[in-house]
Ligand binder design. Structure first.
Ligand code: ADP
Length: 164
């Protein structure tokens, strides 16, 4: 099994990393696909999201980080992946993930979507909430690798006060 784990990773959290850790023993290789995703306003640029993901996943021998553009199933095929990995934190994730998995199956029936649940201490962690709390001055160090936490704090320092 070769897994593609697609997402925005804006930024990568300990929740994402928990999922990679669970999946990496089950497969030959995991490719973490960092989406360009033009419809979302990102805090970190694609290059920064790639760099941070690479930096915190460097200890995993069978994990690779690549940029993703276009249809996920097409990218999976081009990368030789047969399985997509997505996370399910709570029931609220289900509807969107169900729709995406069904649509991806319709687009390419040979690619399966696999869902994993993170450790419960990460079940309420999302990149968007982490960004919002950090912007408001809250402590998000429990949810991020120190490299990512430092990058987030540096990023916030560069913002004008009104955007902060
Ligand atoms: P996207 O914009 O594609 O949802 P994300 O980076 O937010 O990108 O999430 C990518 C995948 O990782 C999604 O399946 C999401 O449910 C999962 N995920 C995000 N945060 C966590 C977490 N704390 N625990 C487990 N899975 C997570």
């Amino acid at each position: 099994m070769i897994i593609l784990y697609p997402g925005s990773f804006d930024p990568i959290t300990l929740g994402h990393m928990d999922l990679v850790k669970r999946a990496c023993t089950m497969c030959e290789k995991i490719i973490v696909g960092v989406a360009k995703n033009h419809s979302k306003a990102h805090m970190f640029s694609l290059e920064e999201r790639l760099e941070l993901s690479e930096a915190v996943l460097t200890d995993f021998d069978n994990v690779e980080v690549v940029p993703l553009d276009g249809l996920t199933v097409e990218a999976a095929k081009a990368l030789g992946a047969d399985t997509l990995l997505r996370g399910l934190r709570a029931v609220s994730d289900f509807e969107y993930e169900f729709q995406m998995a069904a649509m991806n199956r319709k687009l390419n029936a040979e690619i399966e979507t696999m869902f994993l649940m993170p450790d419960e201490k990460y079940s309420y962690v999302s990149s968007s909430l982490v960004r919002e709390i950090a912007r408001l001055g809250g402590d998000v160090s429990h949810f991020l690798h120190p490299i990512v936490h430092d990058a987030l704090l540096s990023h916030l320092k560069t913002l004008p006060k009104a955007d902060n």
